[in-house]
Design a protein around this ligand. Sequence first.
Ligand code: SF4
Length: 386
Amino acid sequence: MEGRGDSILNTVERYYKDYGLRARELRNEGRRLTGYVCSFVPLEIITASGCIPFRVRGDIHEPITTGDTLLETIVCPYYRSCFDLSVKQKYDFLSGMVIPHGCDSMVRSFSAWSYSLPFPYFHFVNIPTVCDQSSIEFFSAELNTFKKSLERFVGKSITEEDLAKAIRVHNENRDRVRDLYEFRKTDPPLISGTELTRTLTVGSSLPVDEANGLYDRVSAEIKQRERSPVKKGPRILIDGACLDNVELIKLVEELGGSVVADTICNGARDYFPKTDIGGNPIDALARRYLEKVNCPKTYRANRAGTFEGDIASRFGDTGVYAKEFKVDGSILYLYKYCDPFGFEVPARKAYYKSINVPLLHLEDVYSAGTMGQLRTRIQAFLEMLG
Ligand code: SF4
């Protein structure tokens, strides 16, 4: 990534606004980029194949038009926006697309993606919705199928050593993200939520080693800071699915809150769980993605036997982050038609009550046009937190 001026965060902002800038350069250099959505595509296998994983994102400023002529409108607006930008050729530098069984929207629309886009490679990763030994075995077999399909596409085999190396570098990537989250622990935080989400968004459009270099440069710059970029205010956790446009976070920060933690897909959900090293790499990946990525799509049996025990085990990570980042309140930000998260709202609310963290639940349509309506509700919530 080329820097301009003396601040790496200015460079991040430029790459965030022109998403795919580096990817286009890489494609012109002859590299193959494989698009993906969701937290469940094992990026390590794509990296091990020599392709570059590229997270396809939506744009809340762009009205969904062409995409809606090809896809049902009861699919969630975030995913429709990703599809809309893709069919408008924003991501025409991609060589392929990988979609996992993250939710019904993804399953049902896979054929629309593969029918509407000219990429030579498409793959659907089947993911179990329960988490037991037979599911791990099934998922390992699915990941082997995914590996073989990539091998056919790139024309070379992916060795255990390639996989082990990719697992290592993706784990290093997650360590660096954790380091960036550490800057959120001061009060006020040394890095704003807007800056952090922008940085991670840009990182997910880069080869993993370049993303590691970027995170190092951002960390070095933040360490030099003497003051926080945001005022001291209520410390907020953002809970929800994929939040790849920073407008909501920016709004919270403009209104005096500090976004210091999250559970979002392009945040803690993706980056906090690491893959175990040693042993069979495919089995380790199966375990990481199924057991450690905490998403409502994976049903975890109620071993506690009580409602209280069940919600504590399903949403316990949120409570851990709330404590670790000294959160004053949480905003549960969900998209209309997002069934996996939507079904869980009552249980999630009960969990927040049990840990005494005030909660604001917002349902939105993935559009910059709704930020005005959200402003009043967020302002009232922040005032209540004091
Ligand atoms: S926001 Fe919900 S419905 Fe939309 S892609 Fe993510 S999990 Fe699926």
